[in-house]
Ligand binder design. Structure first.
Ligand SMILES: [Zn+2]
Length: 748
């Protein structure tokens, strides 16, 4: 069924995902035979194991078939009651004979036990982001480049809506769902398999009526929350004094990253699948063939997948979706144009970030007109004062907007925005809404807005730093502390569920938290006295904070709010130093030894750690038993012998950066391109032009296995490489992926 239709349909209440008592997770009791001399008496109505096995297998097939008919094809054949009866019978059988329980049983969709944390999992193939434009001329230029690359051949493009959800990789082995991983940084993400199992449209086992299941297949899809479900869900959050999500995409991403799968099961999510990342035991020549297979395996695919041969057809498709986007029950932010022919894709290849054979043609951001009721000032965690427009609430693309950032005083002055003005605002994806322009001024206009001379939160006189206005009272300003608390618990930092703005405000205003370390002292009873907290939410927050006492070092560095240290720098620092103490002790020179860290950054980092109050704040956190994980610091290049200049190409079993580091550690050098001075080329699967060049120049080419031996001969070792490179052949060529790509940029 087309999700376009879903707006009017209530999400099925019949699927007993939430209502049915959870199965006891106990393993088969092996001791019974020892304890009980007699065979346990079985109720006459209870089937034998053999009977139950046959019946359970039949029930699973039936249930999955009816679930597919209901959720994916929208043509149910049986009543809700009949479905529930089948489901309960299967649960009953699995309770009597727990050994029959399998991970692909539909009963597992209720969600298992909560996890302590998510594991970081590498993707089968990089999940690339796409180059994007809002300009029709860019689309024409894209088409020209494709035609030039294809020569005589005429391109066929696949068109699809660019879904604004949370990307996910689904991996099936021998037809069974074994792994679901968030997009993360494109190379690795978080393992959320248990959560994805609870989404009714994701097959736990591929359907094989029309097409056999391959030995291995990795698919890419988008986790979506439909706008109607999102609004209902947010309304419930508001009713129960919880913070609403900013957008459907946000709430889909948040729902899939719950440590307790039962929470995910309670959210109404769908996954639309549109790309084969890698497949073994099956070959596709075109994208269209891959999508046909995806559909036949039982997935929901995005609506209106079409092909086009000309730019005019592409523009028409884009215009049609743009005109209809407010009527859709899901968020899209443009359309995706991809070359259909996979061999042609392989010939075009990728840049360091994007495939050359695809383009996202985005819509103009949504705009709406409203009035500025008031201009307020907010103080962030670094003390920067930001003017904020408080708006007459207006719905922009399904989301109610009541605030918009005005950036800084210079921007305010330039656009001459004042209280009472009627303005045009815009929102693009999750970006904070912005005021674009003033459309209308009141007859008696208020005066220009002036930034305050004192911090509105603590009264300290502000200082000017370029266009920015800053409260210098770093350690005494309650607004900055609130910001630091929110940042501490943010997703890319310690990821503490429930530590949002409202909570941070309460904690600081009631004096419960005067520094970040105090978070670890919070008691359930203290929280229960706060507005909006009940026993459960208070317990959850205390547990969530306590569960973060052994954070990954990179997350802890982000959480501290060290200036200049974002996600990438934190990762590099953690990899280079391995221990918090080493990062704290590093001088500017040592820091600049880390790739990507320059003098400005190193100065900011060292002065942060040298500051006595920062040091005391960090020590206080550590004194609460927080122990950032320690890892082996990165390998330091060996001195002396030169093991030669190597080029790495193709897909190898460990991250290329790691292989390069290992090569340097045994005295080798790494160069980017093959020339007469190159000593060897390490070629993995799907090696391309570099391999050809090496053969042309007669440079020795070795396999990864040979590389491992050579490293060992030189006294080094290659961890995690004792398994041979993944077997089987890739789809020819692997769809939507490129071996050399290193996608760092966020999607979209
Ligand atoms: Zn202040």
């Amino acid at each position: 069924m087309s999700p376009v239709l879903r707006g009017g349909l209530p999400w099925p209440s019949r699927f007993p995902l939430r209502d049915i008592t959870l199965l006891p997770a106990q393993p088969p009791c092996r001791r019974r035979t020892l304890i009980q001399a007699k065979t346990p008496r079985r109720d006459a109505s209870q089937p034998s194991l053999a009977q139950a096995r046959t019946e359970a297998a039949r029930l699973r097939r039936e249930i999955e078939r009816h679930a597919h008919l209901y959720h994916v094809e929208d043509r149910p054949e049986i009543s809700d009651e009949a479905y529930d009866a089948l489901f309960r019978r299967l649960q009953e059988l699995e309770r009597i004979h727990p050994e029959l329980l399998t991970p692909d049983s539909p009963t597992q969709r209720v969600g298992g036990e909560p996890l302590e944390r998510f594991e970081t999992v590498a993707h089968t193939a990089p999940m690339l982001s796409l180059d994007s434009t809002q300009d029709a001329d860019e689309v024409r230029r894209f088409d020209e480049r494709v035609r030039k690359a294809l020569g005589e051949e005429r391109p066929t493009y696949v068109l699809e809506p660019k879904l604004d959800g949370a990307s996910i990789e689904l991996v099936y082995e021998d037809g069974v769902l074994v792994r679901a991983v968030t997009r993360g940084n494109g190379r690795e993400g978080e393992g959320v398999t248990e959560n994805v199992r609870t989404i009714p449209t994701v097959p736990l086992r591929l359907r094989t009526e029309e097409r056999a299941a391959p030995a291995f297949v990795a698919l890419r899809g988008e986790v979506m929350m439909y706008i109607s479900d999102f609004e209902a869900f947010n309304a419930r959050l508001v009713e129960t004094d919880q913070e609403p999500y900013a957008s459907p995409r946000n709430s889909a991403a948040g729902s899939i990253r719950q440590l307790d799968p039962r929470i995910t099961a309670s959210r109404k999510l769908d996954v639309l699948v549109y790309d084969v990342l890698e497949v073994r035991g099956e070959t596709f020549a075109t994208d269209t063939e891959g999508v046909d297979a995806i559909r036949e395996w039982g997935f929901t695919t995005p609506p209106r997948l079409e092909t086009a041969a000309t730019v005019e057809e592409i523009l028409a498709y884009h215009a049609e979706f743009d005109a209809k986007r407010d009527e859709l029950d899901y968020e899209i932010d443009g359309v995706v144009i991809k070359l259909d022919d996979l061999a042609a894709r392989a010939r075009m290849g990728t840049t360091s970030h994007h495939p050359r054979w695809a383009l996202a043609y985005k819509f103009e951001p949504r705009k709406e007109v409203t009035r500025i009721e008031k201009i307020a000032v907010s103080v962030g965690r670094t003390g920067v004062l930001t003017p904020v427009a408080l708006l007459r609430p207006v719905v922009v693309g399904g989301v109610t907007i009541s605030r918009a950032s005005l950036h800084n005083r210079e921007e305010l002055k330039r656009k001459d925005i004042r209280e009472g003005d009627t303005v045009r605002i815009q929102r693009a994806g999750d970006v904070i809404p912005q005021v674009v322009e003033v459309l209308h001024q009141e007859a008696e206009r208020s005066g220009p807005f002036e930034m305050p001379t004192e911090c509105p939160a603590c009264g300290t006189p502000v200082v000017q730093d370029g266009p920015r206005t800053v409260c210098p009272n770093r350690f005494g300003c309650p607004a900055q502390l609130k910001g630091r608390i929110v940042h501490f618990g943010a997703r890319e930092a310690l990821d503490i569920e429930g530590l949002g703005e409202e909570t941070a405000k309460l904690l600081v205003d009631r004096g419960l938290v005067q520094g970040l370390a105090d978070l670890f002292d919070l008691k359930r009873d203290q929280l229960m006295e706060l507005e909006g907290f009940a026993e459960k939410s208070a317990t959850n927050l205390v547990n969530a904070i306590a569960s973060r006492k052994e954070p990954e070092l990179r997350r802890f560095l982000i959480a501290l709010g060290v200036p200049e240290v974002g996600v990438a720098v934190a990762r590099d620092l953690a990899a280079h130093f391995g221990k918090l103490a080493a990062v704290r002790a590093a001088d500017a020179e040592t820091l600049e030894g880390v790739a990507g860290i320059g003098p400005k950054m190193s100065a900011a980092i060292t002065s942060f750690f040298r500051d006595a109050r920062n040091a005391a704040a960090i020590d206080a956190i550590l004194a609460h038993g927080v122990e950032p994980e320690e890892t082996e610091p990165a390998l330091v290049p060996a001195e002396g012998a030169d093991a030669g200049a190597a080029v790495f190409t193709g897909t190898i079993p460990i991250p290329r950066s790691r292989a390069e580091e290992i090569w340097r550690s045994v005295g080798g050098r790494v160069v980017a391109s093959v020339s007469g001075k190159t000593d060897l080329v390490v070629a993995g699967e799907n090696a391309g032009s570099k391999l050809e060049k090496a053969e042309e120049l007669g440079v020795p080419v070795i396999s990864f296995a040979d590389f491992v031996r050579r490293v060992e001969d030189l006294g080094g070792s290659v961890p995690d490489a004792d398994e041979p490179p993944p077997g089987g052949s890739r789809a020819a060529p692997s769809r939507g992926s490129a071996s050399a790509a290193d996608p760092e940029s966020p999607e979209g």
